[in-house]
Ligand binder design. Structure first.
Ligand code: 13P
Ligand code: SF4
Length: 332
C-alpha cells in the first residue's frame, strides 16, 4: 500500500492522464487506477515494452497505459512495426497469437491466458482440411479471430476492416469464408464473389436484435445507429453505418452525429466518448467477458513477471504468417 505522501505524488504524475478520461471515470475511482497506471508506465520504460490495446479495453487501460490502440487490423500492423522487445497484448488470445506470429523474436505477453473468443473456438484446423476436400480448389479466407493452427491451414486472413478487399483480391468466383457466418453474409452483400460460410458467431454481437434497435430509434430522436459486422443480418440492415471498431470510431470522429448508438461491446462507447464530448452516446451494453479478463492489475503483474508468454509452434507460425502477411499486403 502506498503512503499518503506517495499517493499524492502518483496523483500529480498521472493528472494529465486523468484529464483524458475524466468524462468517463468518476474522480472517486481514479486513485484506485492511478497507482497501477503510474507503476505500469514506469515498468514499460524499464523493460522496453509496449502495451497494445484493443478498442474494447476499459478506458483506464485504453487511454492511460496503451501505446498503440486500434482494431484487430491496426494491432496486427503495428505489432509488426514496433521496436520494443516486449509486447503486452491487452486484448484476447488470438490477438496475442497474431502479434507473436508477426514478431516471432519478441516476448509477447497476454495478461490472462483465458481471454478467449467464441469465434476462435468455433472452428479447428481439421474442419478446414475437411472443407478443402469438400470444395477442392476454393480458397480459404479466415477471419483473424481464429487460432494459429486455423490460420496455418488458410490461404489468407482478413479482419472486419478489410474482409471485402481481401475476398476480392483473390480474383476467384467463390471463397470459403470462416468462421463468422454473419460477417461472411455481410461481405456477400458487397461483392459478386460467392461466399461459403461457417456457423461461427460472436457471443457478444449475436445478442443484439433489430427489434431492440427499432425500440431505441422510437425513443431517441435523431439517433444514428452504427454497428459491427459481427451482428446478425437484420441488425446490420437496421443500422445507418456498418464497420470495424476502428471504422466506427472514425465515423463518430468525422461525422459528429448528435446522438449515436454503437452496436458493439460496452467499452467502445466509453473510449470514443472520452475523446468526443459533443456527441451523446446511447449505450445498450453487451460486455465481452473475454476482453474484460484484462485489468490494470494483471497487466502490471505480467510486465513484472514477464508471464504468461504466448508461444506458437514455429512450424505452425511460419504457415500462419504467410496468411497474415498476405492480408497485410492487401490495400498497401
Ligand atoms: P475489430 O477488428 O473490428 O476490432 O473486431 C475485433 C473483435 O473481436 C470484434 O468483436
Ligand atoms: Fe470474440 Fe466477440 Fe469478444 Fe470480439 S467481442 S473477442 S469476437 S467474443
Amino acid at each position: 500500500m502506498l503512503s499518503t505522501h506517495d499517493q499524492a505524488a502518483v496523483l500529480e504524475r498521472t493528472a494529465h492522464l486523468y484529464s483524458r478520461v475524466k468524462s468517463v471515470i468518476p474522480d472517486v475511482e481514479w486513485p484506485l487506477h492511478a497507482s497501477y497506471i503510474d507503476a505500469i508506465n514506469e515498468l514499460k520504460k524499464e523493460r522496453n515494452a509496449v502495451v497494445l490495446a484493443h478498442n474494447y479495453q476499459t478506458p483506464e487501460i485504453f487511454h492511460c497505459v496503451a501505446d498503440i490502440t486500434g482494431d484487430s487490423l491496426a494491432l496486427a500492423r503495428r505489432a509488426a512495426e514496433t521496436d520494443a522487445d516486449i509486447i503486452v497484448l491487452a486484448g484476447v488470445h488470438f490477438m496475442a497469437e497474431t502479434a507473436k506470429i508477426v514478431c516471432p523474436d519478441k516476448v509477447v505477453l497476454i495478461p490472462d491466458e483465458k481471454a478467449g473468443c467464441s469465434l476462435a473456438e468455433s472452428i479447428t484446423a481439421d474442419d478446414i482440411r475437411k472443407l478443402r476436400q469438400r470444395y477442392p480448389g476454393v480458397p480459404v479466407v479466415t477471419y483473424v479471430n481464429t487460432t494459429a493452427e486455423v490460420k496455418a491451414e488458410s490461404d489468407i486472413c482478413c479482419t472486419s476492416g478489410n474482409a471485402v478487399d481481401v475476398v476480392e483480391s483473390l480474383g476467384t468466383d467463390s471463397v470459403i469464408f470462416l468462421p463468422d457466418e454473419y460477417l461472411g453474409k455481410y461481405v456477400a452483400l458487397q461483392t459478386d464473389v460467392k461466399i461459403i460460410t461457417w456457423k461461427g458467431h460472436c457471443e457478444v454481437h449475436e445478442r443484439f436484435t433489430a427489434d431492440e434497435l427499432e425500440d431505441y430509434r422510437s425513443r431517441f430522436d435523431g439517433l444514428t445507429i452504427i454497428a459491427h459486422p459481427e451482428c446478425p443480418p437484420d441488425v446490420l440492415e437496421a443500422a445507418d453505418f456498418v464497420g470495424s471498431t476502428a471504422q466506427m470510431q472514425a465515423f463518430v470522429h468525422e461525422k459528429r452525429p448528435r446522438r449515436v448508438l454503437m452496436v458493439t461491446e460496452c467499452s467502445m462507447s466509453d473510449n470514443v466518448a472520452a475523446d468526443v464530448t459533443d456527441v451523446e452516446f446511447i449505450r445498450p451494453c453487451n460486455l465481452c467477458p473475454h476482453m474484460k479478463r484484462i485489468t490494470l492489475a494483471n497487466i502490471y503483474d505480467s510486465l513484472r513477471t514477464l508471464e504468461p508468454r504466448v508461444e506458437v509452434d514455429p512450424a505452425v507460425a511460419d504457415r500462419a504468417r504467410l496468411a497474415v502477411e498476405r492480408m497485410l499486403a492487401v490495400g498497401k
